[in-house]
Design a protein around this ligand. Sequence first.
Ligand code: NAD
Length: 321
Amino acid sequence: MTKPKILITGANGQIGQVLSVQLAKKYGKEQILRTDLAQNDDGLLPYKSLDVLDKSRMAQIVEQHQITQIYHLAALLSASGEKNIHKTWDINFNGLVHVLDVAKEFSVDRVFFPSSIAVYGSGFNKSFTAQNDFRNPSTMYGITKVAGESWGNYYWMKYGLDVRSIRYPGIIGYQSLPGGGTTDYAVDIFHEALKSEKYTCFLESATRLPMIYMDDAIRATIELMEASTENISVRTSYNLQGLSFTPAELAEEIRKHRPNFTIEYHPDFRQEIAAQWPEIMDDQLARNDWSWKPAFDLSEMTKDMILNLSKKYNKDYVEPN
Ligand code: NAD
């Protein structure tokens, strides 16, 4: 099989930084073209500036580089998105439509578009959220994702454009920092545990949310993109479950490694968003269709985060008792 030529939008973000490196490892650095708003990049992987609202430049890049796959990550996230809802609609929705149109025009083989647990909002089963449970999002971010899922599905049905998608839970990794989501606390808490051994959480202690370790999220994304077309039964977006925990449970796990770690709770507007989201996702279809299985539970994830961030902050790593 010929190697894909991959365009990544929003490549400088929390997921894009890690996904680009993984894709370059898998297919070769010359097969990857990272893009984002910044004019220049670190130069380690091929990079071009691209605002996803600039459709003609997007088309020019896709044609010039003979792109065969697009990973479309550029977006404003749930918490930042609430501060400017019109801009959020513009970037998240129109940016996606540009990607779909350009992909169709230049016969791109496959498009990946991440959706989110934010597509759910009220009137659904929070404790085990089914793939097709009621989607009534409470944020503009969630609205853009529900609409985006439908557009992806439409382009598949009408034009045969092979669009694939995952409803990512909150993503936790040591490699990059989160960019304005409601689950950001679950990354920030690790950095503060290493730096100052205390953290003030913007969610309430008992707020259970679905999360996933970065390694699992990246693996899921690439596995979905590599799955045979006939195995993909969901063309809106797949539910995906990694692990679920509350801030209090995460703090307890961190304390096994950093016994002096303390946490306080000062919930802000993000608590209201989190309160409308699922606690655990039913991801049976992802498991059936492309054999999805997470590798990291709470204890494995915490250990790996602490181990890697201990190196970053020059702290000794101590195995828990
Ligand atoms: P991020 O905020 O860290 O990165 C987004 C990137 O998009 C940034 O580098 C930003 O510069 C870029 N961007 C913003 N506007 C742009 C524009 N007009 N043109 C080009 N680039 C632009 O986000 P992330 O966490 O890496 O998320 C990537 C995708 O995954 C998003 O679609 C997000 O909705 C989705 N997602 C993320 C999470 C998570 O926990 N991180 C969870 C669910 C879904």
